[in-house]
Design a protein around this ligand. Structure first.
Ligand code: THG
Length: 291
């Protein structure tokens, strides 16, 4: 499982302030800590960065390169900024992301070809968000046809089936799982990734890590190759590094059958209840652990 640290993200107030005022130390601290905590990549999310994009990304990458050698995932809708990043990082970089919409694919796949880099193929179409696992499959198939047109090897793509918040869109959380169940059969030589923390957006803070970790382990069972994650969730890294096999095995077991949880520890009960919520077998509510 390849882990991409999500924490250098302009949506976060402190990071936004550090980017605006070019405060190196704030960014460098997160980069170093993300690597120390076990991340394989850093996601640099600068959003639309309308005017300043190319300067901002150049500053960010230089700043990070003073202290950290992790490869980067470049997350911006500003194409000029993206090009600057690709020029600096070349084939090590990941473009985050290219939407499965004709104009976007035609604009950005040539960059993949030029720089020989990887990219995240976001399973959105011109109709917007897919409604279920079958629409995700159709968008991915159409995307792959375009990838072939450009002669791009399949291992360059990381399809992102779009993770949505369980608090607001529980049925979409299930659809993404159902899609991943079919993924390796439909697209055997392609990779997969996702923005894991989306699943817990809007949920109570004390539930977020539990929801994120449980969902990652569930997606992993179906072959998810990578995820954009909170680099400060140490428990998540332990599980991925197979230092918490009891928890992983429990989650995988709960996915296949209704477990009697009466003899389990509090922690184990919480994971099992979370599996049932993420499978759509129990309804999400802020108090689901107490039921
Ligand atoms: N797919 C792809 N890229 C993505 C996403 C995706 N990039 C952005 C996002 N989704 C993944 N990254 C994040 C980063 C932060 C959070 C969620 C997803 C997050 N942050 C908390 C918040 O906003 O409440 C806390 C921020 C903080 O620490 O203060 O939830 O789906 N390809």
């Amino acid at each position: 499982m390849i882990l991409i640290g999500e924490n250098i993200n302009i949506m976060n107030k402190k990071i936004k302030e550090a980017m605006t005022n070019r405060k190196k130390e704030v960014i460098q601290k997160i980069a170093v800590e993300s690597k120390n905590n076990g991340m394989d990549y850093l996601d640099l999310n600068i959003g639309p960065a309308r005017k300043d994009g190319p300067f901002l990304i150049e500053w960010l990458i230089k700043t990070i390169r003073e202290v950290c050698d992790l490869p980067l995932s470049i997350d911006t809708t500003n194409i000029e900024a993206l090009k600057v990043g690709l020029e600096m990082e070349g084939e090590k970089a990941i473009i985050n992301s290219i939407q499965g919409v004709e104009e976007r694919m035609e604009e950005l796949l040539p960059l993949v070809k030029k720089y020989n880099c990887k990219f995240i193929g976001l399973l959105l179409s011109k109709e917007g968000m897919p409604r279920d696992e079958n629409e995700r499959g159709a968008i991915a198939a159409n995307f792959l046809a375009k990838i072939d047109e450009y002669g791009i090897p399949h291992d360059k793509v990381y399809f992102d089936p779009i993770v949505l918040p369980v608090r607001f869109q529980q049925e979409q959380v299930v659809a993404t799982l159902e899609f991943m169940k079919m993924f390796k059969e439909l697209f055997p030589d392609c990779n997969s990734t996702c923005g894991l923390s989306n699943v817990s957006n809007g949920a109570l803070n004390e539930l977020r890590g539990l929801l994120n970790r449980t969902y990652l382990v569930m997606l992993w069972k179906y072959g998810m190759d990578s995820a954009i994650v909170d680099a400060y969730d140490k428990e998540l890294v332990y599980i991925v590094n197979q230092e918490k096999e009891d928890i992983k095995n429990l989650i995988w077991e709960a996915m296949d059958k209704e477990l009697d949880i009466s003899g389990l520890s509090e922690e184990e009960k919480n994971y099992v209840k979370t599996v049932y919520v993420l499978q759509g077998k129990s309804i999400y509510s802020d108090s689901y652990l107490k039921l």
